[in-house]
Design a protein. Structure first.
Length: 323
């Protein structure tokens, strides 16, 4: 009979045109100190040599499974990996990132020791110039119930990354992914998971390397799917408040900032979607007075909210000038 301490863990990597990074990513997973893993590589219609590189690694490590599919986007590629997985626990790594050798063993030990549903570690951002930046507001290991974890994320104490965590597989099977959501897809998935879990343990070891480069999604501009993004944020906001009304103020803070971020994403691509802008203005005007009275919101964010409510150019013109 298999013991709990020998649980199979599935590590899922979704890949699209990352030939420059994918080898380091795969090798960092192959070299984990926790060996009872399966590595699922989802080649999402790559047009470079990423798919071939994946196949080459599968030939030398029997734990690696590769699937090649037409391009479906990050969210549906993750679904493919989940459906293929056989592990009791699942972890997701972005193809242009890499992990330290004890990433899986550390997260798994946190889950076992704390009888948790989800475990996370700290993230370090690696920049092309060699600079690094630890992306964490936690100083110690904390064990949170679902409501506390949701509040930590919406207060921006805990990062809503999908990739620095280990999840019970059954939690992933309840997540509704949306291929149209390309901003906030991690937040959408993580909030759904936290709403269905009992507790989350957050470790403070820095084990995930988040590579910063010009093609990273975080640096991309508006892609024309603003309504889907706004609908997603609003859906999750309403879902959280329904289940945990005491965190309503925290969720409102997060929601307002992400609505404004859709507008600033338009500056990066110089593409201004009037319908989406009108929707954001309507949303913000509806909560403006409440937002201005919230404690813990920096003054400059309150000013930004007022400026967008008046006219989006009141914010986008100075934003473009500064950034």
């Amino acid at each position: 009979m298999k013991t709990f301490n020998n649980s199979l863990i599935s590590v899922i990597v979704t890949i699209y045109n990352t030939e420059k990074f994918i080898s380091k990513c795969i090798e960092s997973i192959m070299n984990q100190t926790y060996e009872n893993i399966e590595i699922i590589l989802v080649d999402d219609g790559s047009k470079d040599s990423s798919g071939r590189i994946c196949d080459e690694y599968a030939e030398v490590d029997s734990r690696i499974k590769v699937v090649h599919q037409e391009n479906k986007g990050m969210s549906l590629s993750r679904c493919t990996g989940i459906q293929m997985s056989k592990g009791e626990y699942l972890s997701f790594i972005d193809a242009d990132d890499w992990i330290e050798p004890d990433f899986i063993s550390y997260l798994y030990s946190l889950i076992v020791q704390n009888k948790a549903d989800v475990a996370s570690c700290d993230v370090v951002k690696d920049f092309p110039n060699g600079k690094t930046e630890i992306d964490s507001n936690l100083k110690r290991v904390v064990n949170l119930n679902a409501e506390q974890a949701i509040k930590y994320v919406n207060e921006r104490v805990l990062k809503p990354y999908f990739v620095n965590k280990l999840f019970k597989k059954e939690l992933l099977e309840k997540v509704v992914f949306n291929k149209m959501v390309t901003i906030g897809e991690d937040y959408r998935a993580v909030m759904q998971i936290f709403l269905n879990c009992k507790n989350v343990v957050c470790g403070n070891k820095v084990l995930y390397h988040y590579i910063q480069h010009a093609n990273s999604s975080v640096y991309q501009g508006y892609k024309g799917n603003g309504m889907a993004i706004l609908d997603s944020y609003t859906e999750i906001k309403d879902m959280i408040i329904k289940n945990y009304p005491d965190v309503a103020d925290s969720v409102l803070k997060y929601w307002v900032l992400e609505e404004m971020a859709v507008i600033t994403s338009m500056v990066k691509s110089d593409w201004y979607d009037e319908l989406v802008i009108n929707r954001v203005q309507k949303d913000l005007r509806g909560v403006l007075l409440k937002y201005l009275t919230l404690k813990g919101v920096p003054l400059y964010l309150k000013v930004c909210c007022v400026l967008i409510s008046v006219h989006y150019k009141c914010l986008t013109v100075p934003y473009k000038g500064f950034f």
